[in-house]
Design a protein around this ligand. Structure first.
Ligand SMILES: [Zn+2]
Length: 112
């Protein structure tokens, strides 16, 4: 079975085979950053990566996304760096495509 090679794992042990499993945190609108969190609530890493975006006028626009080194290194060790890079890039793309950009574009209440 090659399923194992298509699965990403957090160093806490949680397998992530579907990018929908990640939790995304929209808290850092001011910093123009979205946190990507491990689906495991008791994960010791918690933050696995981030998505950065620009706000031009009222519109939020994707800038860059990345996973943090501990998560990348862990997966490179499991499936090899080429596979890990391909898998993680694919996950980032799918996470970014699910971001509610409309919601980020909306001005906060109280501003303006
Ligand atoms: Zn974890």
């Amino acid at each position: 079975m090659s399923e194992e090679r298509d699965t990403v794992q957090c160093p806490c042990g949680r397998l992530i085979d579907n990018p929908d499993d990640y939790k995304v945190l929209y808290l850092k609108r001011e910093l123009q950053e979205i946190d990507i969190l491990c689906p495991n609530d008791s994960c010791y890493l918690r933050e696995l990566g981030y998505i950065k975006f620009d706000v031009k006028g009222e519109k939020a626009k994707f800038r860059e996304a990345s996973f943090y080194p501990p998560f990348v290194t862990w997966n490179s060790g499991r499936v090899g760096s080429d596979s890990a890079e391909r898998l993680l890039k694919d996950h980032l793309k799918r996470i970014a495509s699910k971001i509610d950009w409309q919601r980020l574009s909306r001005p906060r209440a109280g501003t303006s």
